[in-house]
Design a protein around this ligand. Structure first.
Ligand code: ZN
Length: 408
């Protein structure tokens, strides 16, 4: 039950119900494509005639197309409706502490090209270099004409309305403009978002089937840091100052290891890839200079290698992975106690060891959740081969097409 905001509303007009129905049709087509008009009419509980009008409008708007004719035993063969995604392109950019990933993708999040390079920390060079790469990629892959924008995700807090990165501790970016500068340099619309939130957006907008049914969930991406996206009632929670969901920086202990945010004992400082590796190699993170931290983070031996060693019977590697799992579970118990989500989605290198660590995560979660039933909060791991952050960056450009029109 959502209260009507009497200070900020949009009055319904004669076209409002038609707009809403068109978006409902569009989203049903997205989830069930290829779908016939008859099936769509059945799912919407409206007549074929109503669906035909809506479909025609969506075709005219270039949002859907009629595809392959279906096989039926008798009667007129139906044509199927598909979302037009293949020739609508976006450039997705995932900026990480270690590397930057640039992907050319279609509107379904499918990868058409990928480039990976060392992250450039100085902002003017970052913009210049990235713009050149985007232009080159679009030219090489023939996407220059139908690219609808660049979606950028960063490990930090972002004001998505102004496009400013408020604080990205690992990159050293604080209150800087990325969106408008990159838009000017590329000549394309740019959207920017926090990486954990982008993962949750990818889940919300690009998943189909069972996964798409959850409207309230938390997405936790454990990598160089911890990115968290909170979705409640089908909407990403941003908060007054755009820092909602920054669970990565909640203190597990006041005198714990130093975090890249400058404080000590943050959850992130216990579970990040660096934390896991430092347990194995015996590094003292508090004593490493930023430069050696960066070198350690971009070293060729990473958490995936550590997981391989743990699987191969290396007891020290397994101990390091299990210690991270324990802290992961402890942090997740706070997520469960504060938000009580329908599901927690997990991604990141450490989750490739899910079969080894699930029990440890569950035991430490159970230690701290407030009621027994919350111990069984579903936890699902994103498959390693999908790149949720890049898909999230693509969703920043593709998702607005499908969003519900704002009314009341
Ligand atoms: Zn921190």
């Amino acid at each position: 039950m959502r209260k009507i905001n009497t200070h900020d509303f949009k009055v319904a007009t004669r076209t409002t119900s038609r707009d809403i129905n068109r978006r409902i049709a569009l989203n049903l087509i997205r989830e069930h494509q290829p779908i016939s008009r008859a099936d769509l009419a059945r799912r919407m509980s409206v007549t074929r005639g109503v669906v035909s009008v809506l479909a025609q409008e969506l075709i005219e708007q270039g949002l859907i197309y009629e595809g392959a004719t279906g096989e039926v035993t008798r009667g007129r063969k139906p044509t199927f409706l598909h979302i037009r995604t293949q020739d609508r392109l976006a450039v997705a950019v995932d900026v990480r502490f270690s590397k930057t990933y640039v992907m050319l993708s279609d509107f379904s999040g499918r990868q058409l090209a990928l480039e990976v390079y060392e992250t450039v920390f100085a902002l003017p060079q970052f913009i210049k270099d990235l713009a050149a790469r985007v232009r080159r990629m679009l030219k090489t892959h023939g996407g220059a004409g139908n690219c609808e924008g660049v979606g950028v995700v960063v490990p930090g807090m972002v004001d998505h309305r102004t496009g400013r990165v408020l604080n990205a501790p690992t990159l050293g970016w604080r209150d800087v403009d990325v969106r408008d500068k990159l838009a000017a340099a590329t000549g394309l619309p740019v959207q920017i978002e926090n990486s954990g939130r982008a993962c949750s957006l990818a889940h919300l907008w690009l998943e189909r089937g069972e996964g798409a049914a959850t409207q309230s969930f938390v997405y936790v991406s454990v990598s160089d840091g911890v990115g968290v996206g909170v979705v409640v009632g089908g909407e990403l929670v941003r908060g007054r100052d755009h820092i909602a969901g920054e669970f990565g920086h909640m203190p597990l202990s006041l005198d714990g290891p130093r975090c890249m945010c400058g404080m000590t004992g943050c959850w992130e400082a216990y579970v990040s890839n660096l934390a896991t590796l430092s347990r194995y190699f015996g590094w003292n993170l508090s004593k490493l200079s930023p430069k050696s931290l960066h070198e350690a983070g971009s070293d060729s031996f990473n958490v995936l290698d550590l997981v391989t060693r743990a699987r191969g019977g290396d007891a020290k590697a397994n101990a390091a992975v299990q210690a991270t799992a324990r802290f992961l579970g402890l942090g997740l118990s706070t997520v469960v106690n504060t938000l009580n989500p329908d599901c927690i989605y997990l991604a990141g290198e450490i989750t490739t060891a899910w079969d080894l660590i699930e029990e440890t995560v569950r035991v430490s979660l159970a230690e701290r959740v407030l009621i027994t039933s919350a111990e069984s909060t579903p936890m699902r791991v994103s498959p390693a081969q999908v790149q949720p952050r890049l898909r999230g960056a693509a969703a920043l450009i593709a998702a607005p097409t499908f969003a519900a029109p704002r009314v009341a």
